[in-house]
Design a protein around this ligand. Structure first.
Ligand SMILES: Cc1ncc(COP(=O)(O)O)c(C=O)c1O
Length: 476
C-alpha cells in the first residue's frame, strides 16, 4: 500500500480490496490442507466468529473493566485442568498460542530455579530433538542453554529415556517432553522422563499444545495411551492450545501449573513508572478478549460429546489414510502415531518432489527435513475438513507416487550434495547466491516447484540452513 491514503475509502471498496488481497490464499474450507488447520465444522466455526467479534474490543488486561474475560478464562482453564487430570491445586492462564505458553513455562522454570536451585549456575533446559522450536526460542529470549537429547526412530521417534536421563545435571532447571511431538504424532515416555527429573527436584513441562485436549478426549473414549498429564507426579506444567485441536480460532492457548506457588514465578508486576501499574500473568499485556470468548463458546457448544464425535471421525480418517498409504508402493508411514498426525517417507522417490506433485493436485502437506535419525518426510495433520476427502487424497497420492517412479527424479540430489559440500567454506553471501542459482531461485518469490530448494536445505547443516532462511525472510 505504501503511504496512507489522503481520503478514506468506502467500506465496500475496502472489502473488495481485501477479497482481492486474499486471491492467492489457499482455500482453507476446501479440505485439501493437511497441516495447521483445525476446523470444527460449520456450526462451531460461525459461533466462534460471533463470539470473537462480540468481545473483539474488550481488553483482557483490564480485569476491573471487563470481568467477563476473567470468568471465561477460568472456565476454559478449569475444563482443560480437569481433562488433563489436574487436582484442585492446578491453576492456569490463557495465552496467545503455543509459543507464548512455552516461553512462559520456561520463564517460570528460570525464575523458580533462581529461588529453589541455586546450584544451577549456568541454567539449562533439557529436551528431545523432537521438541518444538518454541523451546529453543524461549531459551534464546531468556538467555538459557538448550541441551538436546536423542530420540528413538525404532520407537516411533519418541524420546530416548536413557539419553534424557543422562543429560540431566546440576544446571538443569526444566525437562521437557511432548504429548505428542508435532512431527510424528507420538507421545514421549513422559512418566519415565518426569520420574527422572522429579528424583533430582527438577521441574518437568509437557508440551500438549497440539494434543493435550485431543488425547484427553481419546483417553476418555477408551483409547489405550501412555500417560502424559497431571496424573504423573513429576509433571509440573502443561501447555494445551485451544487454537489447535481445541478448534478455537487463533490466538488461544492454555498454560497450566501444578499449583499457585509455581505460577508465582510466571507473574510480572511493575508499579515503579509514571504509567499505570502492570500486573501480568502472561507475556502479552493488552489483548483482545475475542480469542478467550471464542474458545469459551466453542468448548461450550461442542461439549465432550462434540469433541468425541470429531475425534472419532478424525481418527477413522487417519487410520484409513495410513492403511491406504501402506498399500501404495514406494512410500511408507514412518511411525504409528498416537493421534491424528503422521509422516510419510520414501527410500525410492524424493519426498520433496512428491510434495510438489501433490501441490499441483491442490494438496498442502508439510515437508520436514531429515533429523534425529529420521529421513526427510511429509507431515500430515488430519482435521474435520479432510474427513470426506480421504479417498481423493489417497487417489492423488497413488497417482503422484506412480508418476514420480515412472519419470525418475528431476532433482539430482547427488549433484546437489557435491555442490553444497564444495561450497561449504564460501563466505555466506556467496554461498547464498550459488545455492539460489542451483535451486533456480529468481527474485524473492518462492518458485512454484520447491523440490530443488528443499533438497538443498535438507542437505545443509541446520545452522547454515537457519542463516539462509533468516536471510531469505529478511530480504522480503
Ligand atoms: C507440539 C507443539 N508445540 C508448540 C507449538 C507452537 O504453537 P504456536 O504455533 O501456537 O505458537 C506447536 C505448533 O504447531 C506444536 O505442534
Amino acid at each position: 500500500m505504501g503511504a496512507l491514503e489522503k481520503e478514506g475509502l468506502a467500506e465496500t471498496l475496502v472489502l473488495a480490496q481485501l477479497e482481492e488481497l486474499a486471491r492467492d490464499d489457499v482455500d482453507w474450507r476446501g479440505g485439501r490442507i493437511l497441516t495447521g488447520l483445525y476446523d470444527p465444522g460449520r456450526g462451531a466455526y460461525e459461533l466462534s466468529a460471533q463470539a470473537y467479534s462480540r468481545f473483539l474490543t474488550q481488553n483482557a488486561l483490564y480485569i476491573n473493566l471487563y470481568p467477563s474475560a476473567g470468568r471465561m478464562e477460568k472456565d476454559v482453564v478449569g475444563s482443560l485442568a480437569e481433562l488433563l487430570r489436574g487436582d484442585d491445586a492446578v491453576v492456569g492462564n490463557m495465552t496467545s498460542g503455543g509459543t507464548e505458553s512455552i516461553i512462559l513455562a520456561v520463564k517460570t522454570a528460570r525464575d523458580h530455579a533462581r529461588v529453589h536451585r541455586p546450584e544451577a549456575v549456568d541454567p539449562e533446559i533439557v529436551l528431545p530433538v523432537s521438541a518444538h522450536p518454541a523451546f529453543h526460542k524461549a531459551a534464546h529470549y531468556l538467555g538459557l542453554r538448550v541441551v538436546v537429547t536423542a530420540i528413538d526412530p525404532a520407537d516411533g521417534f519418541r524420546a530416548s529415556v536413557d539419553a534424557f536421563r543422562a543429560a540431566l545435571s546440576a544446571n538443569t532447571i526444566l525437562g521437557i517432553g511432548s504429548a505428542p511431538n508435532f512431527s510424528h504424532g507420538t507421545i514421549d515416555p513422559i512418566a519415565e522422563m518426569a520420574a527422572a527429573t522429579a528424583e533430582r527436584g527438577i521441574l518437568f513441562h509437557v508440551d500438549g499444545c497440539v494434543g493435550g485436549l485431543y488425547l484427553s478426549i481419546l483417553r476418555r473414549m477408551g483409547e489405550q495411551l501412555r500417560d502424559f498429564d497431571f496424573s504423573i507426579e513429576g509433571v509440573t506444567s502443561i501447555s494445551a492450545d485451544m487454537h489447535k485441536y481445541g478448534y478455537a480460532p487463533k490466538n488461544a492457548s492454555v498454560l497450566l501449573y501444578r499449583n499457585r506457588d509455581l505460577r508465582s514465578h510466571a507473574l510480572f508486576t511493575c508499579s515503579s513508572t509514571t504509567e499505570y501499574a502492570v500486573i501480568n500473568p502472561t507475556v502479552l499485556s493488552s489483548k483482545s478478549t475475542g480469542p478467550i470468548a471464542a474458545s469459551w463458546a466453542v468448548m461450550r457448544h461442542l461439549g465432550e460429546d462434540g469433541y468425541r464425535r470429531i475425534a472419532r471421525e478424525t481418527q477413522a480418517a487417519t487410520r484409513a489414510m495410513i492403511d491406504g498409504i501402506e498399500r501404495i508402493d514406494g512410500i511408507e508411514v514412518l511411525a504409528d502415531p498416537d493421534m491424528c498426525m503422521f509422516t510419510l517417507g520414501s527410500t525410492e522417490i524424493s519426498i520433496f518432489e512428491l510434495d510438489d506433485e501433490m501441490k499441483q493436485r491442490g494438496w498442502q502437506l508439510l515437508p520436514q527435513f531429515a533429523c534425529g535419525g529420521g529421513p526427510a518426510n511429509l507431515h500430515v495433520s488430519v482435521s474435520s475438513s479432510n474427513v470426506p476427502l480421504v479417498g481423493a487424497f489417497l487417489g492423488d497420492l497413488a497417482e503422484s507416487v506412480a508418476s514420480l517412479r515412472e519419470r525418475g527424479p528431476s532433482v539430482d540430489r547427488e549433484h546437489f550434495a557435491r555442490e553444497t559440500a564444495r561450497l561449504k567454506d564460501c563466505p555466506f553471501e556467496e554461498l547464498v547466491m550459488h545455492l539460489a542459482i542451483l535451486a533456480g531461485l529468481t527474485g524473492s518469490a518462492l518458485p512454484e516447484r520447491m523440490a530443488p530448494m528443499n533438497t538443498i536445505l535438507d542437505l545443509l547443516p541446520a545452522e547454515t540452513r537457519d542463516r539462509m532462511l533468516a536471510a531469505f525472510i529478511n530480504a522480503g
